[in-house]
Each structure stands twice: as C-alpha cells, then as structure tokens.
Design a protein around this ligand. Structure first.
Ligand SMILES: [Zn+2]
Length: 476
C-alpha cells in the first residue's frame, strides 16, 4: 500500500509505502510498484495508530446491547423508568432480561429489588453500577436466578435474610447463574474502535483466563477485532500463541472495604515477577494506592508494572510511584464524564489530586492513557480533549494545573502496549504499519481534537477504517 501526501512530525508532502506489516519507505513521490493500492492522504497528519491502554472488550460489546441507566443519558428516576420501560418493550421475548449499565446514585439513590420493582414490575431486570462492582436485580430477576443453597459473600440481604437484589463483586458467579452462553461478538466493537484510529488495546479485565485468550485470538484471526490486543488477567493466563495477541500484567484489584493482607499482596507480586510477569494494581482511593505502593516497595518492581487509574495521587505518593518506576494508566475522560459527582463527593483534601496528568509527569511518573470503556466512553479523542480542558459536564474546571498540551495528550495513546508511559511510537521505516491518518495537518487538528478527524486507520498495513473518500484505489 502507498499512502500519498501525508504530514509526518511536521514535514508535509511525504509518501509512505508499506510492505506487508511494516513501513518500507518514507519519502517524496515514492514509486508505486505494480499492484500497489494507493490511498490519498490529502495532506493530513499521519500518526501511529492509537493504543487504548485500559478497557474491557467483552463488557464493551455487552454494554452496546444494554440500556444506559446513568448520566448523561439518564439523570433522574423518571428518566430511568422511561429507559427501562422502553428497553422492556423492545425485547424479542418477554422472558428476556432487561440489562442496564452505568447506574449511579445521583439518578435515584441506592437501588434494590423493591425499588426496582416499583419502576418496572414483572420484567427481569439487572442493572450494573457505573463502577462495574455491583449488579442490582428486581424481584423478577431474582426469581430467574436459581438462588438455592449457600449464598456467597457479596449477596446483600434484607432484614429477613433474603437477598435484597444487590450483588457486589460477583460478576463470574452471576454469569454462571444467568447462564449467558456465548460471549458477545466483537466485530462491532472492533469497527467502532478502528473508526477512532485505534489499532491496539489492552484488555484490563482481572478474570481473563485461557478461555478468554482463545476467544480473543479467534476474534483477531477472523478480523472481527481489528486491533492488536494485550491481555491482562488472572495468574492462570497462559502465553498466547497468536502474534497480535500478547500477555500483559497480572491484574490485581484492590477494594478499600475489603483489602488483602499486606503479606499476601506482596507474595502475589513476587510470584508474578518470579514467573517473568509484570503486575497491574487497580487503585482508585488514596488508601488503595498506599497499600499497593507499600507492597511494590517490599516485593520490588519490574519493568512494565503499573498502577491502573491512580484516581487520587497526592504529591507524596506520586513521588513514590516515580521512585518505584511504576507506570500509571489514567482516565482523564472521567473528569469529562463524572467530574460533577467528583466535585461533590470526593473529599476536599483529595480533590486537587483527581486523575492527575501534568503533575504526575512533572513528578517523573511514566503516564499512559486508557478509556476504561465501557465504564468510560471508548473514544480516546474525548479523553485527550478532557486531558486538555479538564472540564466537568457542567463546565467546572477540575485540576486545571493537571491539563496537558495536545501533543502530550496524544502521547497518552501512542506509547507501546508494553510501556504505556514510555516513549511514543514513531512513524519510521521498519516500524509496524499500524497507522492513523487525520483529515488535516496536526497544526489544525491539535486545536480541535476529535475522532471526526480520523480519515483512515491501518493495522499491519491493512486498512481497517476507510474514511469517506480514502478507500484504496487499485491501479487497474
Ligand atoms: Zn477497568
């Protein structure tokens, strides 16, 4: 393939020829050997394909078929009722679940089965909390689950001892009960991400295991998924055989209300390192970050170790993150999506340290970006924009000092999969032809970062998103 007339790192009028999966030549007026597909770059910036360093592919595919139950789509109880009833009416079979996602207490307070029954009786409903940590079922939903026998911790109970409809951190257990047979197809997700210029993702789901790995490998092989995938997951995750699927960190999730013993956490890190595997720890509170950093300090850190989110990172902890050489994978998009709730719910003392960017970089922390889709919007350009503007939905600026330049915001998503806070990938001969062409030069694109400007996306030298009129022309 030959891409004519693109701008690379500020130099305009360049052509780029790929040979198989790699960039073979860069220059002015390159020859096109017979049979080469030619794509017109029309002077747009050529960037490395974006890599989303933290998302959840199957949850994203499932969320696309679910009803939104939280802001910005749904803001109050009346809106929630309307959304649930519309979803119930749209089902093919009256036995089918209504599956909701993105619930937040700002909509209608703490929900349980009794309150859901009042909104939509008779139809089995399950709604996932925005944090991803809880499901809420109504009575028809509870009946559909086979709840005999001993219930695991995490099933909340009403005063009479029966389940009240709230299930905390029981995803796998719920899935087994609900009997969801086939995981959703990833082709829509793959296409949507390609449209954003995304050529690689890191799936950060802690329960990923060998079965997930073979499903993902098949999705990449069949072209359903048009991205490279780095797969984090449990300690039972084998090394993948597929070239475009790599094994990432052991993912450990800390929860402030149920913290592991320090020794146990330290041992988990040591065991992973002994097996040559890096570790990623989910930390969204100050306490969780303190514990994770203590455990890394005791176990030692390995290149590739990372903190997911680091939602609250005060200066003394940022210094420790840098000293331990850990990368942070942040989600500036949460400021844009959830900033108003943060502004009212997060302790005043923690607020300046929310989803920091510039301050972490200045402290010497290697910083990469991920959207955490489906818990955040999967469009990385919205995350970049949020990193620049730091505006909440109502327009308040949160942590202005943490704002990044457009170039640094872009770099959150152009670093290699194995080093989210490392040096951005570059367009150079010999590099993988994982590319993203914009519809305008960077000097213009930087003033209005948007996925609307993505004109063409290539993975390993093949077009995965043909923008409007950029379809490859065959010379014959
Ligand atoms: Zn996540």
């Amino acid at each position: 393939m030959l891409i004519r007339n693109v701008e690379i790192e500020g130099d305009s009028g360049l052509d780029v020829r790929t040979d198989g999966e790699r960039i073979a030549a860069i220059g002015s007026n390159l020859e096109a050997p017979d049979g080469t597909a030619i794509v017109q770059g029309l002077g747009g910036a050529l960037l490395p394909g974006l890599h989303d360093h933290h998302l959840h592919l199957y949850a994203l595919a499932a969320a696309r078929r679910s009803v939104r139950c939280g802001p910005p789509e749904v803001r109050d109880e009346a809106g929630l009722t309307r959304a649930l009833r519309a979803a119930a009416a749209g089902r093919a079979d009256s036995e089918d679940w209504v599956r909701g996602v993105g619930y937040h207490e700002s909509v209608a307070g703490d929900l349980d089965a009794a309150r859901l029954d009042a909104l939509l009786p008779g139809t089995p409903v399950r709604i996932q909390h925005r944090s991803g940590a809880m499901w809420i079922l109504n009575s028809a939903g509870l009946e559909k689950l086979d709840l005999g026998g001993r219930l695991p911790a995490g099933v909340e109970q009403a005063p009479d001892g029966s389940p009240n409809g709230r299930f905390v951190r029981l995803d796998d257990w719920m899935r087994a009960r609900i009997g969801t047979t086939e995981p959703p197809d990833l082709s829509e997700v793959g296409a949507a991400l390609a449209r954003f210029g995304v050529t690689g993702v890191t799936d950060a789901t802690p329960t990923n295991d060998s079965a997930t790995l073979s499903r993902l490998s098949r999705a990449v092989e069949t072209g359903a998924l048009r991205q490279q995938v780095r797969v984090m997951g449990s300690d039972a995750l084998p090394v993948p055989a597929h070239a475009r699927v790599t094994r990432g960190a052991l993912k450990l999730v800390l929860s402030e209300f149920d913290l592991p013993a320090f020794d146990a956490l330290q041992r988990s890190i040591e065991n992973a390192h002994a097996a040559g595997r890096e570790v990623a720890i989910h930390c969204v509170t100050r306490t969780e970050l303190v514990l994770a950093l203590g455990a890394f300090a005791a176990a030692g850190s390995l290149s590739g170790d990372r903190i997911e989110h680091a939602s609250i990172a005060p200066p003394e902890l940022a210094g420790q993150i840098a000293a331990l050489d850990l990368a942070v994978v942040t989600q500036p998009n949460f400021i844009r999506e959830r900033g108003d709730a943060y502004a009212s719910e997060v302790d005043t003392i923690d607020r300046p340290w929310l989803y920091r960017c510039q301050g972490l970089i200045e402290a010497g922390v290697a910083l990469g970006g991920g959207t955490d889709a489906p818990f955040g919007d999967p469009d990385p350009w919205l995350a970049m924009q949020a990193a620049l503007e730091r505006r909440t939905p109502s327009g308040i600026r949160l942590g202005e000092k943490e704002a990044l330049s457009p170039e640094r915001a872009l770099a959150l998503f152009t670093t290699p999969a194995s080093a989210p806070g490392g040096l951005p990938r570059r367009i150079a001969v010999g590099q993988a032809a994982d590319l993203c062409v914009l519809d305008r030069p960077w000097a213009q694109a930087r003033d209005s970062l948007s996925s609307e400007h993505v004109a063409l996306t290539c993975l390993a030298g093949e077009v995965t998103w043909p923008g409007n009129d950029r379809r490859p022309e065959r010379p014959d």
